[in-house]
Every structure is written in C-alpha cells, then in structure tokens.
Design a protein around this ligand. Structure first.
Ligand code: NAI
Length: 407
C-alpha cells in the first residue's frame, strides 16, 4: 500500500518502467511526473486492470501534488547518450567523397579569383608599373602555364582539405560517442531541481536515481538534501541494478547456467571502468581463465555503449533499464514492508573505499540502508580494478558536489 512516483515518466525508460510498476504488488498509487506528455501516459496506464491508481502531473506547478506522501521516488528524468556518428571506414567514405568534390570546386574558384585579381591589378596599375607587370603577365597567363598552375593549385588545395577532413572524421571512428559524463551539463540541473522538490515534499522517501551520470547525480541529490536541512541520506540510491542484471545475463550465457539462479555483485560506480563486476563472488561459483575474465568484465563495463551504438541515435538502454529500475523499486517496497534479507547493490554515500560514494551490496530495511556489506573479499584482479577506478570516481563525485554547492 505504497505511493510510488516516477519523475521523467514519459521518457524511454519512464514509460516501460511505469508499466512494470503498475503491475508491482504493493503499489497503491503510481504518480507520474514529467515536463510533457504525462496525461497521455497516465490515461493509457490507468486502463490496465491492476490495483494501482495512476495520476499524471505535468510541470513544476504539479510536482508538489505528485510527491506529497510518496514512499518511493524513481528518477529517470534527463537526456540519454548518443552514439558517435561514424563507426566504420564505410560510414566515412560517403561524406568524404562529397567533401572532396566541394573542396575541389572551392579551390578552383579561389584559383580563378587569383586570376581575376591579377587582371584587375593589371587594369588599375599606372603606366609606370604596367611595362614591368606586362612582361610578367604575358608569361603568367600564357594559356598552358595558366592551366598548369590552376590544376596544381586545385590539386594541392583538394589534397590538403581532404587530408584534414579525413583525419577529423577518422578521429570519430574510434570515438564511441557520448560518455555518461557528457550528459552532466543538462542532467545536473534537472536532478538538482527534482532533488530539491523531493527534499521539500517527501524527505523520508526512498530516492532512486537513474539519471546519468549517476556517479555525479547522486552526490548532487545528497548535497541538495543537505542544503534543505535533510541530513539522513540513508534512503538516497544511485540505481546501478542494470549492471547487475547485465552481469547475471552475460555470465549465465557464457557458462550455460539458469540465469534466474545467477547473482553477480557489482561494486564501484556506474560508468565505464568504475563498473566492477565481482565475478569471484558470483553465486553459483564460476571460473574463467584470465583472458575470458577480462573480456567479460570489459563487455559488462561497455554494455551501455553496446546498446547506444545498436540503437544508432535512438537513445540508450530503456527496456532493460526499465526492468532494472522496477526491480530496485520493488526491493525498496519489500524493505519498507519489513521483509528480511532484502539485498541490492547501489551507489550510495559510503565509507567502504577511498571515495565518499561507492556501490556495494546493501541490506535494505524500512529506514533505508540497514547495513553496508562492503566489497567482501576481492580477487587480485578485482582489487586492481577498484584501485584504477578511484581517481575517476573521486573526480565525478567532486564535480557533482561542487555543482550542487553553487546551484
Ligand atoms: P528520454 O529522453 O527518453 O526520457 C527522459 C524524460 O525526462 C523525458 O520524458 C523528458 O521529458 C523528461 N524530463 C526532462 N527534463 C525533466 C524535468 N526537469 N523534470 C521531469 N522530467 C524531465 O531518456 P531515457 O532513455 O528515458 O533516459 C533517461 C536517463 O536515464 C538518461 O540520463 C540516461 O542516461 C539514464 N540511464 C541510466 C541508466 C542507469 O543504469 N542508471 C541506464 C540507461 C539510461
């Protein structure tokens, strides 16, 4: 019998996650908030014959009504990542051909303008210079020579320009597109504003932040809570559940296991090398040789980018994230209802590493984090991954904290 709110409910994650939450036992009221399209999403979901009442709220004027009395708030509001434009040499060849033609035509025009300029100079020059120039022009503008210089000039220009374009585009081939950190500029203020509203209207709710970059948006939320005088941060979570879901799926696939029985804890943060699957603690126990272990770890770390590339500009992971977000919200509801042994990994304020925030396994209860299970015993390889991610995590956390302090 809980009220759950989704902020960013009309988006790629928000809609399917709201659909899953509409079917989640224990949800009495599903309050959907977004800056656009919420009435439509709410009307659509409200026709489903499950118990949860659905309401739609649009724009800052209606956020108070949406959040008041909320037990769990899930926040997928903000912009997602986009892929790099050019992934293969073939992608580059087409625009390159076009650029070469344009650059050849441009250099021809420039070359001919040089000719026109000299002609004008010729007409305007006083007789004093005329004779000297005349001799030079006679030579310069002899037709075969003129054609020769023109062709040379065009060729050099075209070569220079196409080399430049090629190197610029080539750089983009290796570029994987946007990183989560590239979203900071837009998403930081969205999360700050929504956190401020949560601190005002439902300071005791579980706040589950999906908006990227999670490694910065969670510190932003915590700082906004502190600014509003809410110092209990045991219910603010960065949702990294998708990393666990992916690890379970990939390990089960690689080892031919029943995926429903696989559980891989993921610690660290939620971006690139900060995502650290602890495969040595996988349940049931699995072993990989070092090369396979490194390959599967890299795949888990880059899984978000794999989806961003496959969607080719149509967004990032939405369906798997909706599943993961709904799973985390359901765990929060279980914890609220007093169920024992609810364990989830999440990115939270923590003293379990050399950073102020860190993701580890947490036991959840009615008051949020009941106990932090820490990293557990790590293999030498996993310890090296933790050591490598600390500087990036510290930088992302600091960036978020400073943003919130100046907001
Ligand atoms: P989307 O663009 O499809 O949806 C975002 C929604 O947020 C839109 O409906 C938009 O109107 C809404 N919105 C924008 N500003 C708002 C505001 N001030 N208040 C309320 N709503 C607002 O994006 P998508 O695919 O749903 O992704 C959302 C976020 O989730 C992105 O930042 C993305 O990077 C992140 N994400 C996080 C993952 C994780 O594992 N934590 C996994 C995948 C995505």
């Amino acid at each position: 019998n809980y009220k759950v709110s989704v902020l960013g409910a009309s988006g790629g994650i928000g809609q399917p996650m709201s659909l899953l939450l509409k079917q989640t036992p224990g949800v009495k009221h599903l309050a959907l908030y977004d800056i656009a399209h919420t009435p439509g999403v709410a009307a659509d979901l409200s026709h489903i014959d499950t118990a949860a009442k659905v309401t739609g709220h649009t724009g800052p004027d209606e956020i108070g009504e949406c959040l008041t009395g909320c037990d769990v708030v899930v926040i997928p509001a903000g912009v997602p990542r986009k892929p790099g434009k050019f992934n293969t040499q073939d992608d580059i060849n087409k625009p390159l051909k076009f650029c070469r033609i344009v650059s050849f035509l441009t250099s021809s025009v420039i070359s001919n303008s040089k000719f026109v300029f000299l002609m004008l100079l010729h007409i305007q020059t006083s007789t004093k210079f005329y004779n000297k120039l005349n001799e030079f022009h006679e030579y310069l503008f002899r037709i075969p020579y003129k054609i020769f210089t023109l062709v040379c000039f065009c060729f050099v220009c075209e070569l220079k320009i196409s080399l430049l374009i090629n190197s610029k585009l080539h750089h983009k081939i290796v570029s994987p597109g946007m990183t989560r950190d590239d979203l900071f500029t837009t998403n930081a203020s969205i999360v700050a504003e929504l956190s401020k509203a949560c601190a005002k209207y439902c300071p005791k709710a579980f706040i589950c932040i999906i908006s990227n970059p999670v490694n910065s948006t969670v510190p932003i939320c915590c700082e906004m809570f502190k600014k509003a005088g809410v110092n209990d941060l045991g219910k603010v979570f960065g949702v990294s559940t998708l990393d666990i879901v992916r690890s379970n799926a990939f390990v089960a696939e690689a080892k031919g296991l029943d995926v429903s029985s696989v559980n891989v804890p993921v610690i660290g943060g939620h971006a690139g090398i900060t995502i650290i699957p602890v495969i040595s603690q996988c349940q049931p126990s699995v072993t990989f040789d070092q090369a396979a272990l490194e390959a599967i770890t890299t795949r888990i770390q880059d899984a978000g980018t794999e989806v961003v590339k496959a969607k080719a500009g149509a967004g990032s992971a939405t369906l798997s994230m909706a599943y993961a977000g709904a799973r985390f919200a359901a765990s929060a509801l279980d914890a609220l209802s007093g169920k024992e042994g609810v364990v989830e990994c999440a990115f939270v304020p923590s003293d379990r590493s050399d950073t102020k925030y860190f993701s580890t396994q947490l036991v959840l209860g009615p008051n949020g984090i009941e106990s932090n299970l820490g990293t557990g015993k790590l293999s030498a390889y996993e310890e090296s991954l933790v050591a490598a991610c600390i500087p990036e995590l510290q930088a992302s956390i600091k960036k978020g904290e400073e943003f919130a302090k100046n907001y």
